[in-house]
Structures are given as structure tokens and as C-alpha cells.
Design a protein around this ligand. Structure first.
Ligand SMILES: NC(=O)c1ccc[n+]([C@@H]2O[C@H](COP(=O)([O-])OP(=O)(O)OC[C@H]3O[C@@H](n4cnc5c(N)ncnc54)[C@H](O)[C@@H]3O)[C@@H](O)[C@H]2O)c1
Length: 307
């Protein structure tokens, strides 16, 4: 039997999921409330598939593209769906509206996933009759090249739903992690926010230019972090490993931690400086092309990192 995913919301992340699932042989139904968006999503997904094929990351973009189709209504999207993934705006109200309708209409044995990147499922599923089949399945962008996916059950999510999603994500070649409790922002975004807030703070305070902060990640931290995490990085930064590192440097982390600007607002000045740097690098009308460039870079990295 052909497996079929219904994508409710067909923007950036909907298209990312479409690559992941069509690559794994699933049919993909796009639905969006914005007229014409689901059709455009088919075209955007084809462009990503072609980029993957041209770099040898996919045997046939055309074969995958045959699995993609756009539909005009949510009812048509969920018909025959084996899995439903919501990708609408990041507000509890929007998610609740969609989940109420999905829970009423989708057969009870079908799992309802949400791409929410910060909001836990308990914020919009508590009152649903089928709340045990609702769960956060939070991908990275683009999910077809950055494979981590966060599985975040609500307190009432059934174990079978969680197990199903972990297996499903593994089957479609992603790398799932499981959160043992809900927390706003989950793991990936909390780590990202700590770092990005401090980056904005450093620019806003005039400590370094946007160009140099970007270089610090690109030519410094990011190089190591592209193939190992911060724990292994520390383990290799002291002759006898992590415990020595913690003894030697733990107090510096504590001291710096006290003065980090991670809870401060982004200043208008910092936003302007970072924007100026980015527009000098890539004009707005070239952003889509830059996205394809990013994908090609990620493919090279993935090709090199297979040991
Ligand atoms: N952009 C990212 O990097 C990223 C990464 C991971 C997760 N997410 C999450 O994925 C979700 C979608 O984000 P995005 O970046 O794709 O946003 P987006 O704005 O590109 O797409 C959202 C789409 O949902 C549609 N939509 C809104 N309400 C709808 C409804 N009721 N029914 C059907 N379609 C509806 C919109 O028309 C739009 O096309 C958000 O929860 C976001 O936090 C985003």
C-alpha cells in the first residue's frame, strides 16, 4: 500500500517535508489556505529535488516528483493519509484551529504531528478527544539535509504515538531525538537562542562587527560543531578529557555566563548592522538562489562526513 503524508501548510517547512517523504517513496499531498500556494509548493519542492539530483544526492528527482500533488481542501489532503503533519504559523491559536479540525476529521489511528519549533503540544491539544495521537515532530531547515528532528510528546501523548514517530523519522532517514519533558523552544532552539542572542548582543554593544561575529561561527565554532557537539569538543580540549576541562575552565564558563546578553532584546542598531552585512553579501532578490547554494554546501559536508 502506498503511504501518504498530508501536509497542512505548504510554506518553507511543508516543502522540506515533501522532499523527505517523496524521497522515501511516500505520496505527498500539499494543502494551504493561501490560494495558489499548494501548487507553488509542488514547484518549489521539484526545484529542491533537482538540486539534490544534480549533486548526486538523489537518483531521480522526476521519480520523487511523481509523488507530489496539491489539493484544494484539508478534506482532500487527509483522504487516505497515513500520517498528517501540520506546518502552519507558529501561534497556539493557529495550531489549535488546525488540530481541532484534524482531530474531528482524521481517522483515530492516524498520528497528527506538528512542526512547531517552540510551542509544546500541550498548548494546543489538551481539550482534543484524540489528544493521545498528537505530538511535536520538529524538523530542522532544510530537513532533507539537516537530519535532526525533535520528538516532543505532550504529557498525554500515547507511548505508541511517540514510538511510531521515532520509527517513522528513522525510516525516512532523519535522526530523531526524544525530549523527556516539554519545554518551550525544545532543545535545538534553546541552544540556538542562547548563542544567537549573545551574537546580537556583541554586535549591539559594539564589541565586534556583524562580519566578524559571523566569521567567528563560520571559521571557528561552526567548523568543529559540523561534525561533533560541544561535549566532545571539550573532551578533546584537555589532555585527560572532559573532567579535567570542567575543573580547569568551569569557573570561566560560570563567570561569562553571568554577563551573557542572552535575555536582552535585540537592539535596533544591532538589527540594522546585521541586515546591512547580509544585504551586502546577498541582495534580497538572490535569497532563493542562496538557499540552493546552502543546500549544495550541506551536501558536500554530508558527503565528506560519512565515516
Ligand atoms: N522556517 C523554519 O526554519 C522552520 C524550521 C522548523 C520548524 N518550523 C515551523 O514550521 C511551521 C511552519 O513554518 P514555515 O517556516 O514553513 O512558515 P511559512 O510561513 O513558510 O508557511 C506557513 C504556511 O501555512 C499556511 N497556513 C496558515 N494557516 C493555515 C491553515 N489554517 N491551513 C493551511 N495552511 C495554512 C500559510 O499560508 C503558509 O503558506 C511553524 O510552526 C514553524 O515554527 C519552521
Amino acid at each position: 500500500m502506498t503511504k501518504r503524508i498530508a501536509l497542512i501548510g505548504s510554506g518553507l517547512i511543508g516543502c522540506g517535508w515533501a522532499v523527505v517523504f517523496s524521497r522515501a517513496g511516500w505520496d505527498v499531498a500539499f494543502h494551504d489556505i493561501k490560494p495558489g500556494r499548494a501548487d507553488q509548493a509542488v514547484e518549489d519542492t521539484k526545484a529542491s529535488l533537482e538540486n539534490l539530483e544534480s549533486c548526486g544526492f538523489l537518483e531521480s528527482a522526476a521519480d520523487c516528483a511523481q509523488h507530489l500533488f496539491s489539493v484544494k481542501s484539508l478534506d482532500a489532503a487527509i483522504e487516505g493519509a497515513t500520517f498528517v503533519q501540520e506546518n502552519v504559523l507558529e501561534t497556539p491559536e493557529e495550531k489549535l484551529t488546525v488540530f481541532e479540525e484534524l482531530d474531528r476529521k482524521v481517522p483515530k489511528d492516524v498520528t497528527l504531528g506538528s512542526s512547531a519549533s517552540t510551542i509544546p503540544a500541550s498548548a494546543f491539544t489538551e481539550q482534543l478527544e484524540g489528544r493521545e495521537r498528537c505530538i511535536i515532530v520538529h524538523p530542522c531547515n532544510p530537513p532533507y539535509l539537516v537530519p535532526l528532528v525533535e520528538i516532543v510528546p505532550a504529557p498525554w501523548t500515547a507511548q505508541a504515538t511517540t514510538d511510531y514517530c521515532i520509527k517513522l523519522m528513522t525510516d525516512v532517514n532523519l535522526v530523531p531525538i526524544l525530549l523527556h519533558k516539554e519545554m518551550y523552544g525544545f532543545v535545538l532552539n534553546r541552544l540556538q537562542v542562547a548563542l544567537v542572542n549573545e551574537a546580537m548582543h556583541l554586535v549591539g554593544k559594539g564589541v565586534a562587527s556583524a562580519t566578524d561575529v559571523e566569521k567567528t561561527l563560520k571559521n571557528g565554532l561552526g567548523l568543529r560543531w559540523s561534525f561533533m557537539g560541544p561535549f566532545q569538543t571539550m573532551d578533546l580540549a584537555a589532555p585527560t578529557g572532559f573532567k579535567e576541562y570542567a575543573t580547569k575552565f568551569g569557573h570561566s564558563y560560570r563567570n561569562m555566563g553571568k554577563e551573557l546578553g542572552v535575555a536582552e532584546e535585540w537592539s535596533t542598531d544591532a538589527i540594522d548592522q546585521v541586515d546591512q552585512f547580509l544585504r551586502d553579501e546577498v541582495p534580497l532578490d538572490k535569497l532563493k538562489e542562496r538557499g540552493q547554494w546552502r543546500d549544495r554546501k550541506l551536501m558536500k559536508l554530508a558527503a565528506d562526513g560519512e565515516d
